[in-house]
Write a protein of this length. Structure first.
Length: 250
């Protein structure tokens, strides 16, 4: 073999693992709870280098429990905080196949299910069940809020009031009660009570509306825009108007 050809072949061999890793496809699956439920059980199959990211909207201070039951000893899950794509705050391969704890940040939590590299390279297959539950924060263990932002007496909110809302196209604008838990710097969760008594949690990050609790059965397309200091939020047919003062305070 000529020297250049040998060198090129060596490069191909050396970089093959990196190329294979780059080709790993992560499939996203949105988690929805049945109406009125706070948990659900998901079933799935993985083969080789397949990875599935389960996305679940939840608020800071809520308690999440995740349990993986699998027929493969190399099948685990990691947990990634909202906005994170690589660094996990829980790593199943070292911490086991069950997590229970309060969430530190509001937004889409990621449950990443995978096979360890040795099993993935052998193109092995696993079948699993993933049980996920979201409940209110455990007493005395809520995630810390903005320390200078006092809560409304008798509530878990830093402010309460009413905002303009509409529940359908062509429906007149009415008024919906809200409560806000601020995390500081324009981040937090605004929980709106709809006319039918159900609630809608809307997540904010640095003054921008970024999403909502999509685990609810009546989820819809999310759109957010700004008109001055007013946040106009559409979720399916629903429309909410939330002033900046709600999330920033003042």
């Amino acid at each position: 073999m000529k020297p250049f050809a040998a060198f090129a072949a060596a490069l191909v061999i050396a970089f093959a693992p990196a190329v294979a890793l780059a080709q790993e496809a992560i499939r996203e699956v949105r988690v929805h709870f049945p109406h009125g439920a706070s948990s659900t059980t998901l079933t799935g199959t993985l083969q080789g280098r397949e990875i599935i990211d389960y996305k679940l909207g939840a608020a800071a201070g809520q308690r999440m429990t995740v349990t993986l039951t699998t027929d493969h000893t190399g099948n685990y899950f990691n947990l990634l905080a909202p906005g994170e794509t690589e660094v996990a705050f829980f790593v199943g391969s070292t911490e086991g196949n069950r997590f229970e704890g309060n969430l530190a940040k509001s937004g889409d939590q990621t449950i990443r299910v995978y096979l360890v590299r040795s099993a993935a390279r052998r193109n092995e297959t696993t079948q699993y069940q993933l049980k996920v539950a979201i409940t209110g924060a455990a007493p005395g263990r809520e995630a810390p809020a903005h320390s200078r932002d006092a809560k409304v007496p008798g509530t878990g909110y830093h402010a309460t009031g009413d905002i303009p809302c509409s529940m359908g196209h062509g429906q007149p604008t009415g008024s919906c009660p809200f409560g806000v838990k601020r995390e500081g710097s324009g981040s937090g969760v605004v929980t709106v009570t709809k006319p039918d008594g159900r609630t809608r949690a809307i997540f904010f990050d640095r003054g921008q509306a970024t999403g909502y609790d999509r685990s609810q059965a009546d989820s819809g397309e999310f759109r957010a825009s700004k008109q001055g200091d007013l946040n106009i939020i559409h979720i399916g047919r629903e429309r909410y108007e939330i002033p900046d003062t709600v999330i920033f305070g003042g």
